[in-house]
Design a protein around this ligand. Structure first.
Ligand SMILES: C[S@@+](CC[C@H](N)C(=O)[O-])C[C@H]1O[C@@H](n2cnc3c(N)ncnc32)[C@H](O)[C@@H]1O
Length: 391
């Protein structure tokens, strides 16, 4: 079963929560958390309390939130044991004080205590959140104490009022914690929201609350630039190998978690718990990328080989065609040559016959002229006798 251990999912939230706690921590300080589940946020607050020799009180009934997955999980799993195991693993068993109770009941038990910081992350529905704010705000140190809470997705004015009204009695509605947004906005005029954590600071002078305006300490540290075209950076507790091609990445962007997820999906970012793991992930990425590109190249080579053998067959066919054409041309050329020779002979024949005709014509005309002469002279006088005899 997915226990949903991680309830403070982004590094931004962790850093902000740590910054809020650090801003009010002092020796022997006391922090209070309402809603601890498996201890994701308790781990952060507990560590700072520990560093200052202080305590973290954790109020939770460990039954999950009404109407949510957490309530179903808590019916099947011993979440309190898991919480305590996690605290012990962090070495916080002498720092964290669990109070297993309804937050309403616990507020009565704790009413005489003063806390440097109260973090509300219990029931997220409107009435319950407003009730927690009312019951626990008076327990915050009067000067420079912090009251804050999780899952405030924005100011009331950021949302359509119908959406807030429709969702205020649910844990979340359309991914918005409408109850938290409305309760915080109803209880306070000015407050800070960053990475979905709302926060205010107590002030005696103003007799009330002010926004904390706490911004991130510069959490980004460049560990190594240009490691295999990735920059290795440390942000919060994690190390990130970010492809240099991404340019500068704004880790304070409210949308940073989605962005990082997008980069991870495209293998442009690897998240690790140490520098060496980050480098290992980069190396594995390249070796996988090389393997893939090698396999792709082999496929391309295979396809090209097939193409070449097809073309070879074409070339052989074309060469055969060309040879056949050449032979045809040779035959035709010889036919033309012999016809030309024949034509020459015929021309000679014609010329010879023309010559013969010419000669015959001349002979004919000579003979004719002789006959004309004889005919003519046969009717004339004897003077011409000698001539006729000559003929
Ligand atoms: C969202 S989880 C807290 C997550 C926790 N802060 C973390 O970072 O892991 C809410 C917790 O509030 C507790 N809770 C809800 N309603 C409660 C109530 N009325 N009294 C006490 N605890 C309550 C649930 O049991 C659950 O553990």
């Amino acid at each position: 079963m997915d226990i949903k251990q991680k309830q403070i999912p982004s590094d931004g939230q962790k850093i902000l929560l740590r910054a809020l706690a650090e801003s009010v921590a002092n020796p022997g300080c006391k922090f209070l958390e309402v809603g601890s589940w498996c201890g994701d946020s308790a781990r952060i607050l507990g560590k700072i309390a520990q560093e200052n020799g202080g305590y973290l009180f954790c109020v939770d009934w460990w039954k999950g939130n009404v109407g949510t997955d957490l309530a179903n999980i808590a019916k099947k799993e011993d979440i309190f044991s898991l919480f305590w195991k996690n605290m012990c693993r962090e070495g916080l068993e002498d720092v964290v004080v669990p109070i297993r109770a309804n937050s309403d009941v616990a507020s009565l038990i704790l009413k005489d205590h003063v806390f440097e910081l109260v973090f509300l992350d219990g029931d997220h529905r409107f009435e319950a959140t407003l009730n927690d704010i009312k019951k626990y705000a008076p327990l915050v140190r009067k000067e420079n104490g912090i009251l804050c809470g999780h899952d405030c997705d924005g100011y009331i004015s950021d949302f359509d009022m119908d959406l807030i009204e429709n969702g205020k009695n649910l844990d979340t509605y359309k991914n918005i914690h409408c109850g938290v947004v409305l309760a915080v906005g109803t209880a306070f005029k000015n407050y800070s929201i960053d990475h979905n954590i709302w926060s205010i600071k107590s002030s005696i002078i103003d007799q009330g609350w002010q926004p904390t305006n706490i911004t991130f300490p510069a959490p980004i540290k460049l560990i190594e630039e240009g490691y295999e075209e990735f920059n290795i950076i440390k942000f919060g507790e994690n190390f990130y190998a970010l492809a240099q091609g991404l340019g500068s990445v704004d880790f304070n962007d409210a949308n940073i978690d989605n962005l990082l997820q997008e980069y991870c999906d495209k293998s442009q970012c690897f998240i690790a718990s140490s520098v060496s793991e980050a480098k290992r992930l980069v190396a594995r990425y390249y070796s996988n990328a090389f393997k893939t590109s090698l396999a792709d190249n082999l496929k391309i080579i295979e396809a090209l080989k097939q193409d070449i053998s097809c073309r070879d067959e074409d070339i052989i066919k074309l060469n055969k065609d060309i040879d056949e054409c050449r032979a045809d041309i040779e035959v035709l050329r010889e036919a033309i040559f012999s016809k030309e020779k024949m034509m020459e002979a015929l021309k000679d024949d014609v010329l010879r016959r023309d010559e013969s005709i010419k000669n015959l014509k001349e002979e004919l005309s000579f003979i004719k002229s002789k006959w004309w002469f004889r005919l003519f002279n046969g009717r004339s006088d004897n003077k011409n006798k000698n001539m006729k005899e000559n003929l």
